[in-house]
Design a protein around this ligand. Structure first.
Ligand code: NAD
Length: 262
């Protein structure tokens, strides 16, 4: 099993869903961790205790709003102060909004681009000097199957996630002659609050049960007929952080039950 003991990992959007799963996998590999995102104070406290018990290491927390570039820089500074320089950055925070482009609200476009794409840029820019100084780093951007293919009603999300792949490739090229790698993971469908909201909306729109909406959503996109899990994404993140993954650069790796095979 990969050991990442004494490494410092910062996982954005890790108070929920995929991010928390990634944080658990990294904790199991032994990293010190900064978790990040919005959440109820008591729940976040319980998550920090869970992670510390898994890793035996230190856990810090930031609630920085990643739509604010200054707050992203402060998050990295806080991590550095409390845990040390960032060795592993996982850009995972993300939001979704669905609506045909004709009526897509301008403010939702701006929020999705800021959260799902620009925040990654600002976080990478803030950690790179630290990584370059030590000639080692791992940057993993959580993109989406929607970074590779499109769906109706998701103009902002698909545009932002395609942008994440472009950003990943440029960072990989600009760090190619170093011990820093930058890759993207493209999950298909994982049952988190972000996806549950879409299932709820679908059930309401089509006057069907929640179970029926969930089945239809999977049947429409996923050849295996199964959700993926946050633990599966976490395991891939840990592998990408290993020395064995040193020559994986600028990749966009689907974990999507075959969605993007079409
Ligand atoms: P989630 O809603 O469960 O969690 C989102 C996290 O991001 C939370 O911790 C939330 O507090 C944080 N966040 C959102 N906006 C923020 C902001 N402005 N500032 C700080 N934190 C903020 O979502 P999830 O399903 O776990 O998604 C995580 C990532 O995975 C996202 O980038 C999403 O696009 C991507 N993804 C999810 C799926 C899926 O099926 N769930 C599929 C493909 C890609």
């Amino acid at each position: 099993m990969t050991t990442l003991k004494n490494k410092v990992a910062l996982v954005t959007g890790s108070t929920s869903g995929i991010g928390f799963g990634i944080a658990r996998s990294l904790a199991q590999a032994g990293t010190d961790l900064m978790i990040h995102g919005f959440g109820d104070a008591a729940e976040v406290d319980a998550q920090c205790r869970d992670l510390a018990a898994l890793s035996g290491g230190r856990v810090a927390y930031s609630a920085a709003d990643v739509t604010n570039p200054a707050a992203v820089r402060e998050m990295v500074a806080q991590c550095t102060d409390e845990l040390g320089a960032v060795d592993i950055l996982v850009n995972n925070a993300g939001i979704q909004y669905t609506c045909p482009i004709d009526t897509f609200p301008d403010d939702r476009w701006d929020a999705i681009l800021a959260t799902n794409l620009s925040a990654n840029f600002h976080a990478i820019k803030a950690v790179l000097p630290q990584m370059r100084a030590r000639d080692w780093g791992r940057i993993v951007n959580i993109a989406s199957a929607h970074a590779l293919v499109a769906s109706v009603t998701k103009s902002a999300y698909v545009a932002a996630k395609h942008g994440v792949i472009g950003l990943t490739k440029v960072v990989a090229l600009e760090t190619a002659r170093s011990g820093i790698t930058c890759n993207a993971i493209c999950p298909g469908m994982i049952l988190t609050p972000l996806v549950q909201k879409q299932i709820d909306d679908w059930a309401e729109r089509d006057h069907i049960s929640n179970d029926e909406a969930r089945s239809r959503m999977i049947a429409e996109k996923i050849p295996t007929g199964q959700f993926q899990t946050a633990a599966q994404i976490g395991a891939l993140v840990v592998f990408l952080c290993s020395e064995e993954a040193d020559q994986i650069r600028g990749a966009a790796m689907p974990v999507d039950g075959g969605w993007t095979v079409w």
